[in-house]
Design a protein around this ligand. Structure first.
Ligand code: DAH
Length: 353
C-alpha cells in the first residue's frame, strides 16, 4: 500500500472513530491518537525525511489535507457532543414551569389580637392611653388593693396558680405564696393610680389566668381589657355613655345595652353590662339562651376604698372601671359557639378573619 493510500485509510478510520465517539472524553482520545505528539498522523510528518524526494511534496500535501479534514471533523463532533451533553444535563435538571407554583400563605392577625386592637383603637379615639401590667402579680395588686383582703370570699371565685416568690422559700401552694398569675387585669388599675396623677384615662389589655377547665365558655388563660377613669365629677352616666358607645362600635349601631346590678369588690355600685342579641335582636334564641341579651362586661364606680388605698382622695375624685373579656367579644361578634376554637390553631377557622 502506498503512503497516500495509507493516509486515505487513516483518514477514513479516524472520521469513523470521530463519529462513533459518544462523549467529549472519547473524542479527545481519538484526537490524541491521531494528532497528538506521538499520534499516527504526526508520525507521517516525522518520517517525511525518509521518503524519496519526489514523493515528499505530495505526501506532505496529503498529510496536511488529512489533518485539516480530521481537525474539521473533530470540531464539528465536539460541538455536537457539547450541545447534546448540555441538553441532557438540562433535561436532567428540568423544572416543569407549567406546574402550578406553591402559593405562599399570607399570615393574618389572630382574631384575639385583632379584636384587642379594635378595642384599643376605640378607646384611644376617646383619649385613653393604653398601658400594660405584669402577668405575674403579687396578691396585693391582684386582690388586696382591689378591696379583697386575704379572707375575702370573692377571692375564691378566682382561684389561681400560685408561684414561688423570688426568695424561693415558699411553695407553690395557695396561702403560702403571695406571688401568682394574675386572675384579672384589674390590678392594672392599681398600677395606673400609683404611676400617675388623676385625671386618669387608661385601658390595659392582657392575658389573665384562672384555674378553670377549658369548656365552651371558659379558658384557663384568656385575654381581658381593663378600663379605668379617675377624674373630677365622674358619674355613672359617664360609665353608661362610654360603654354603650363601645358596644355600638364593636357590634353595630342598632345594638342596645343594659346594665344589671352586680357585685365586684372594687366597685360600688357594680354592674354587668349586656348587649342585645345580634341573632334574634331581642326576641330570644339559643345564642342568648332565650333572654334576648348577651353578657359582655363587668363595670362599676371605683370604690372609694380602692382610690384611698392608692393614695387618691375620694372626696375630690371619682371614677369608673370596667373589665371586658376579649375572647368573649370576638365570639359574640362572629357568633363563634366555643371559646376553645380561638386557641386550637386550626388555620381553616383562623383564616376567616
Ligand atoms: N375583673 C373582673 C373579672 O375578671 C371584671 C371587672 C368587673 C373589671 C368590674 C372591672 C370592673 O374593672 O369594674 O371578672
Amino acid at each position: 500500500m502506498s503512503v497516500i493510500e495509507e493516509l486515505s485509510t487513516l483518514r477514513d478510520e479516524t472520521l469513523a472513530a470521530i463519529v462513533a465517539a459518544e462523549n467529549t472524553t472519547e473524542l479527545d482520545k481519538v484526537r490524541v491518537a491521531v494528532l497528538g505528539k506521538s499520534g499516527t498522523l504526526t508520525g507521517y510528518l516525522r518520517s517525511m525525511g525518509q521518503l524519496p524526494k519526489e514523493e515528499r511534496a505530495v505526501v506532505g500535501k496529503t498529510v496536511n489535507e488529512t489533518r485539516a479534514i480530521v481537525e474539521g471533523a473533530l470540531e464539528e463532533r465536539k460541538a455536537a457532543l457539547a450541545s447534546a451533553e448540555l441538553m441532557a444535563s438540562m433535561e436532567a435538571a428540568a423544572v416543569d414551569v407549567t406546574l402550578p407554583g406553591r402559593a405562599q400563605q399570607m399570615g393574618t392577625r389572630h382574631l384575639i389580637n385583632k379584636i384587642a386592637d379594635e378595642m384599643c383603637d376605640f378607646f384611644a379615639g376617646l383619649g385613653y392611653s393604653v398601658i400594660s401590667g405584669p402577668e405575674v402579680e403579687t396578691d396585693w395588686y391582684n386582690f388586696t388593693a382591689l378591696n379583697a383582703p386575704a379572707d375575702h370570699p370573692s377571692r375564691s371565685m378566682q382561684d389561681t396558680f400560685y408561684v414561688k416568690d423570688r426568695s424561693g422559700e415558699t411553695s407553690a401552694v395557695k396561702g403560702e405564696s403571695d406571688v401568682l398569675l394574675r386572675t384579672q387585669t384589674s390590678g392594672c388599675q392599681v398600677h395606673a393610680m400609683e404611676n400617675q396623677e388623676p385625671p386618669i384615662y387608661v385601658i390595659a389589655p392582657g392575658k389573665v389566668y384562672r384555674r378553670d377547665v377549658a369548656d365552651p365558655s371558659h379558658l384557663p388563660q384568656f385575654t381581658q381589657m381593663e378600663g379605668l377613669v379617675v377624674d373630677k365629677g365622674i358619674t355613672f352616666g359617664d360609665l353608661k355613655g362610654t360603654l354603650d358607645l363601645f358596644c355600638k362600635q364593636m357590634f353595630g349601631e342598632e345594638r342596645k345595652t343594659r346594665f344589671r346590678a352586680h357585685y365586684f369588690p372594687f366597685t360600688e355600685p357594680s354592674a354587668e353590662a349586656d348587649v342585645s342579641c345580634g341573632i334574634c335582636h331581642g326576641e330570644g334564641c339559643r345564642m342568648c339562651k332565650g333572654t334576648g341579651w348577651l353578657e359582655i362586661l363587668g363595670c362599676g364606680m371605683v370604690d372609694p376604698n380602692v382610690l384611698r388605698m392608692s393614695g387618691i382622695d375620694p372626696e375630690v375624685y371619682s371614677g369608673f372601671a370596667f373589665g371586658v373579656g376579649v375572647e368573649r367579644v370576638a365570639c359574640l361578634k362572629y357568633n363563634v359557639p366555643d371559646l376553645r376554637m380561638l386557641i386550637e390553631g386550626d388555620m381553616r377557622f383562623l383564616r376567616q378573619f
